[in-house]
Design a protein around this ligand. Structure first.
Ligand SMILES: [Zn+2]
Length: 326
């Protein structure tokens, strides 16, 4: 669903509107402020432009047609979240909020230092009457094979506006501190929680669908928008499986919305639940449990062991490695 220019000219009547643009890119309008999370406009993700997983649909809005933004909010430096070409295209227009260390990438790419806000977990930055909190996540970072593992921080975010609260996981596994996020900063009107690109081999780096719902409960979420699916294939599961499993795991307490990519939703007043994706075979959690990876294995080791050589599977970081996806 392409986003027509001018869509965002009028503020949302409810004060909260969200437009999922595929994978983890979301245009969030909250109480008079606008943010864009993890924007990736490139055709492929990975260190080499002509390789790496390719997006399934073109960008739904041209960068030049984006409305004015308070900030681009970056969760970590993996290629499917931090996209060089997108950053360069936006570098003179917006402020970037990024976890510790990620600012060095941005500076190297020409973003003026005064447009970079680096945050540690539990740091805050204010945009008028809105407070943006960087919150803990359980993940990894790195853009070069074996060279910069974990050199920069990863984070989730909580957006606390005058009337609404929104939580974004970034990339994360499940961890006990999610309850602390919920206690300190919740309840949240909307959660944007990653549900896709999980694998048995890297159980600690991604939630997967069932744990995404548990994360939603832990942070005290009302409406949940699943993200990190539907644009790139970075794991070996079928592309509709994350959403099918999330719907199957939903209990009465969770309101899961499933907007089409590019569809704008005011989640406190509209709950789109159309199954717009095709009916394809998928594996249930019991057939393919997300957390039975070999203990003590790093996610790269896991990916190297788990990925069939001819598969499109990659570890979630979006790196393209040797002959097997790494
Ligand atoms: Zn990642």
């Amino acid at each position: 669903m392409p986003v027509e220019p001018g869509r965002f000219a009028n503020p949302p009547a409810s004060g909260l509107r969200v437009t999922w643009l595929g994978h983890s890119a979301v245009l969030l309008e909250i109480d008079g402020h606008r943010f864009l999370t993890d924007p990736v406009w490139s055709e492929r993700v990975g260190p080499v432009g002509f390789m790496g997983p390719k997006r399934w649909f073109p960008p739904l809005v041209a960068l030049k047609d984006l409305p004015p933004l308070d900030a681009v909010v970056l969760s970590h430096d993996h290629y499917d979240h931090l996209d060089y070409a997108t950053i360069v295209a936006l570098k003179d227009r917006v402020t970037f909020v990024a976890p510790l260390g990620v600012g060095a990438h941005l500076e190297r790419w020409g973003v003026p230092a005064d447009r970079i806000v680096e945050v540690d977990w539990w740091d805050t930055h204010t945009f008028g009457d809105l407070t943006l909190w960087a919150v803990p996540a359980r993940h990894a970072s790195g853009r070069e094979l074996f060279v910069d593992d974990g050199a920069t921080l990863w984070a989730g975010y909580a957006f606390l506006g005058a009337d609404h609260r929104v939580y974004y996981t970034g990339d994360t596994g499940l961890f006990p501190g999610m309850r602390t996020i919920g206690e300190r900063l919740g309840p949240f009107d909307l959660t944007m929680i990653e549900i896709g690109q999980y694998d048995q081999a890297w159980p600690d780096w991604h939630l997967g669908p069932e744990q995404a719902l548990e994360a939603h409960r832990r942070v005290r979420g009302a409406v949940m928008l699943p993200v990190h699916w539907g644009l790139f294939a970075l794991a070996s599961h079928g592309w509709t499986e994350p959403m099918e499993r999330a719907l199957a795991a939903r209990d009465s307490g969770a309101v899961l919305i499933s907007p089409r990519p590019g569809q704008s939703v005011e989640p406190t007043v509209e709950k789109p639940q159309e199954r717009w994706w095709p009916a394809l075979p998928w594996r249930k959690a019991a057939e393919y449990p997300g957390r039975r990876g070999p203990r003590g294995m790093s996610h790269r080791q896991g990916a190297l062991k788990a990925a069939p050589p001819d598969s499109r599977a990659m570890c979630p970081c979006g790196r393209q490695g040797t002959s097997v996806a790494g």
